[in-house]
Design a protein around this ligand. Structure first.
Ligand SMILES: Cc1cc2nc3c(=O)[nH]c(=O)nc-3n(C[C@H](O)[C@H](O)[C@H](O)COP(=O)(O)OP(=O)(O)OC[C@H]3O[C@@H](n4cnc5c(N)ncnc54)[C@H](O)[C@@H]3O)c2cc1C
Length: 503
């Protein structure tokens, strides 16, 4: 049978683009359909009144030049394989935390400098601090020694296990551990344990007890090895380079092309129908949509429906995209910040403010004498469902909530309200509409106590339908979904008879 392509990918998020790029480079023909007019999903950039804003992500791992074999430095490895360039700027501080009672922690690239800040505040916990962060280091060392691939690919798992028996066993045992419970075996101080919670919440939107140790071993250790880098031109440079790689090897990325349906034929995924009625067939279909959108919207057969509570639904976001006078950003200001006013509220809706000013590193993002500020807080779509887009009541409610976040942010950036040239607010409804994400959610999370390996892998209950992105292992974050794209491409390539070479 003549197919439209070997593999169809639904969605040009980082998960989908990574899978498409690696398959295309391996010689499979791919078509990626993206509903928006730009690629990248939550890792896209957009231009507005002379400013370039990161739509979502702006803290990036995986760009180190370190050529050691292993699962880390994935962006560098992938871009090297594709032969495309993404120039980046090293970012000396992962996040600067501003916490209650004047507790300030800039997480420096240099680990000793970071630990020193903690030890100065909690001298009685020095041994515990060192031991806990050493646990993360051990996970990091194991992970960085293993090649990236699919845990569903038996050949890969057997090969990795046979070549690294000790490391594989140690990693398997660590998958049963939680970050918070591990911290509690070393640390007693309640304020310090709260800091460990916010370290987890900053990327996992869960407290440390609910977060697997293995995930923490990447996010909280690699920042002191590979480090954090910012792509020149903004987050959109990453999807742009992946698209360049796909096209270089003959693949297609079709923008403005929403997929309406994944149709089934003889019990397998036969292909997709676009919203304009066009039909495309493939040997395999990969969905980069969330698990709820894939199985409750795109697959029409109700037998495959996924109830919301099969996973823990992460909150959505209220986002502020601000163009500000450069004068309010002090010299030496770090790029990424997290602000908690009250520990009892940090994990409540809107309780933690995240914000970044990436033009501090890359001035090309803002006009002369200006900076971009991207701030966001967690939010829920139900708070906005009664409003209609374009209505003045919706606009008023957005202004009221957005302005309250700006006022709180002034604790760190005094004068922010008076220094605004551009102000764009986006609610969970915006997130839902732009990204086709169920309830605008950050995605499915594991329930507390679940093992990281209980996160779905890339195969699905439907033959020839695969999944990539933050609904799949290992979860949320650009480097995590990149891993899921690698593992999805590896598994699909194996199933289609031409396995990938390891990265
Ligand atoms: C506010 C915010 C801040 C963040 N900050 C960071 C950070 O600093 N660092 C970090 O590492 N991570 C961060 N993240 C997380 C990270 O951005 C995401 O986990 C990751 O980008 C998700 O990638 P994905 O491929 O799973 O899906 P998405 O980015 O959601 O991409 C899916 C794509 O599929 C398209 N699509 C969906 N349905 C269809 C359809 N039917 N037809 C066609 N196209 C479709 C969508 O339009 C979208 O482009 C942040 C996320 C948010 C929201």
């Amino acid at each position: 049978m003549a197919y439209s392509a070997d593999v169809i990918v639904i969605g040009a998020g980082i998960g989908g683009l990574t899978a498409a790029a690696l398959l295309q480079e391996r010689g499979f023909s791919t078509i990626t359909f993206e509903k928006n007019s730009y690629p990248g999903g939550s890792c896209a950039s957009f231009r507005h009144q002379g400013y370039t804003f990161d739509a979502g992500a702006s803290v990036f791992y995986g760009f180190s030049g370190d050529e050691r074999s292993g699962t880390l430095n994935l962006h560098t490895r992938i871009f090297n394989r594709l032969g495309v360039q993404v120039p980046t700027i090293p970012d000396p501080v992962q996040i600067h935390y501003h916490l209650p009672d004047g507790f300030e922690v800039p997480v420096f690239y240099e680990k000793d400098r970071f630990l020193g800040t903690l030890i100065r505040r909690f001298p009685h916990e020095e041994a515990g601090i060192r031991a806990f962060y050493q646990e993360l280091e051990t996970v990091y060392e194991i992970l960085s020694a293993l090649p990236a691939g699919s845990l569903e690919d038996i050949v890969h798992v057997i090969q990795v296990g046979a070549r690294n028996p000790g490391k594989t066993m140690a990693l398997a045992l660590k998958t049963f551990k939680s970050m918070g419970k591990t911290a509690r075996t070393y640390i007693r101080d309640e304020e310090l344990l709260k800091f460990i919670d916010i370290e987890s919440y900053s990327w996992a939107v869960q407290d440390a007890v609910s977060t697997p140790l293995v995930n923490a071993g990447i996010c909280l250790a690699d920042r002191h090895h590979g480090g954090i880098h910012y792509p020149v031109g903004g987050s959109g440079a990453i999807p742009a380079a992946l698209c360049e790689g796909i096209k270089k090897f003959g693949g297609e990325v079709e923008l403005n092309s929403g997929v309406e349906e994944i149709f089934l034929q003889n019990g397998r995924a036969g292909g997709v129908k676009l919203t304009n009625g066009e039909v495309f067939t493939a040997r395999a279909v990969i969905s980069n949509a969330t698990v709820w959108d894939t199985f409750n919207r795109l697959v029409k057969d109700p037998r495959y429906n996924v109830p919301e509570n099969r996973f823990l639904l992460a909150p959505s976001w209220f986002q502020l995209y601000l163009g500000v006078d450069a004068g309010i950003i002090p010299d030496g200001f770090h790029v990424h910040h997290i602000l908690v006013d009250d520990w009892s509220q940090y994990n409540e809706i809107g309780g933690t403010i995240y914000f970044s000013a990436p033009s501090v590193l890359d001035p090309s993002l803002a006009p002369n004498s200006k900076h971009v500020v991207h701030a966001f807080v967690t939010d829920q779509v139900h708070r906005w469902n009664n409003y209609k887009r374009g209505d003045s009541a919706y606009k008023k409610a957005k202004e009221k909530f957005g302005d309250s976040v700006i006022r709180r942010t002034e604790k760190i950036l005094p004068g922010l309200s008076d220094a605004l040239e551009v102000k764009v607010f986006a609610t969970p409804l915006t997130n839902q509409r732009y990204l086709n994400r169920y309830k605008g959610s950050y995605g499915p999370l594991l329930y507390p106590g679940q093992n990281i390996l209980q996160k779905p892998q890339n195969s699905t209950p439907i033959k020839d339908l695969y999944a990539t992105g933050d609904s799949t292992f290992p979860g949320q974050g650009v480097i995590a979904v990149t891993y899921s794209g690698v593992s999805c491409a590896s598994y699909v390539a194996r199933r289609l008879g031409n396995p990938l070479e390891y990265l």
